[in-house]
Design a protein around this ligand. Structure first.
Ligand code: NDP
Length: 308
């Protein structure tokens, strides 16, 4: 069996186009501010892509550039200014930050209502408790992909490989909220290959090129590869041995062009949700969706239908 490709590039583009249509009907432009400290090459690329996508969709987007040497107190002052600015709906501080700055302190300084990355402990806690809030963009994007593939999540055996605060943990929380039976694996887990073979949905978010072997994939499983790893020749590759896994899976995401484009689209979705929630235009649904379009049962993934 040759897996069908879950094309995040196309699905993300559709999601962004839908957001642009919504924004064209609004009397205001949702405001996004991305703060970049220093010139980390990957951050330069990511921040540029986010800004471009936001502008294309009609957002009021600005990037705030601070030097590598900026004091932590100055960065915190910038965040507080953005918190207080009524034109700003979403704030994102691009990680990683220079070593002399405590990232947790900075993330916790962001107003949870403007925390479009969903990294503030208030939003993480709300997600864990099944309450409405802003949901981290990457796992949210994965839920969109699963919905797009028509994957039935209720009762499905899902395995999440990786337990970081930005991908693995919120991913598991979203799958659980959608009634999947979730197993989380990490560097101390035993029998990882066996655990993966039991998965109907396998999400890999480890950061190790090709760690998930083709024979770890159950026939027909849905494989979502979050990993982005740079090979010595400069090419990007995921955490999954793509060719071998594709021969067994039912659906699989490519790297690049799978989860990555969904992350940016969901940042824009979160910014619109934050803007509407702050302005009281919509009631937030459990875990961050807005009450506009009702998802069909197969599409429902626990944090509301989103705006797609
Ligand atoms: P982290 O390094 O924060 O977390 C990696 C996780 O993998 C940890 O929980 C770690 O376990 C686990 N792990 C590491 N080695 C092993 C192993 N040998 N066996 C089992 N588990 C292991 O990474 P992130 O979550 O931030 O990112 C993961 C990947 O996803 C990276 O490649 C990153 O580039 C990519 N990414 C992609 C995004 C996108 O938009 N597509 C967005 C964000 C990330 P432990 O906790 O025990 O240390």
């Amino acid at each position: 069996m040759m897996a069908r490709l879950l094309d995040g590039k196309a699905i993300g583009a559709r999601l962004r186009a839908g957001l642009a249509e919504r924004i064209a009907t609004l009397s205001f432009r949702p405001g996004l501010r991305v703060v970049r400290v220093g010139d980390d090459p990957a951050s330069v690329v990511y921040v540029r892509s986010k800004d471009r996508a936001a502008k294309e969709a009609g957002y009021d987007s600005e990037t705030i550039l601070l030097p590598e040497t900026v004091a932590e107190s100055e960065l915190l002052a910038v965040v507080r200014r953005l918190n207080a600015d009524p034109a700003v709906d979403g704030i994102l501080v691009q990680l990683p930050l220079p070593k002399h700055i405590d990232p947790q302190k900075v993330l916790e300084a962001v107003d949870p209502a403007k925390d479009v990355d969903g990294f503030h402990p208030v939003n993480a806690g709300r997600l864990a408790a099944g309450l409405p809030g802003l949901v981290p963009c990457t796992p949210k994007g994965v839920m969109h992909l699963l919905a797009e593939a028509g994957v039935k999540l209720s009762g499905a055996r899902a395995v999440v490989l990786g337990r970081s605060a930005i991908v693995g943990r919120p991913m598991a929380a979203l799958l659980l909220a959608a009634d999947a039976t979730v197993t989380m694996l990490h560097s101390r887990s035993r029998d990882i290959a066996e655990e993966c073979r039991r998965a109907e949905i396998l999400v890999a978010a480890v950061g190790r090129a090709g760690m998930v072997k083709g024979d770890w994939v159950a026939p027909g499983a849905v494989v979502v590869d979050v990993g982005i790893n740079r090979l010595p020749d400069g090419k990007l590759t995921g955490d999954v041995e793509f060719g071998a896994a594709r021969e067994r899976a039912g659906w699989i995401t490519p790297v690049p062009g799978g989860v990555g484009p969904m992350t940016i689209a969901c940042l824009l979705e979160n910014t619109l949700e934050a803007a509407l929630a702050r302005r009281g235009k919509d009631e937030l649904q459990p875990n961050g969706g807005v009450a506009e379009v009702q998802a069909t049962p197969e599409q429902s993934y626990g944090h509301g239908p989103g705006l797609a």
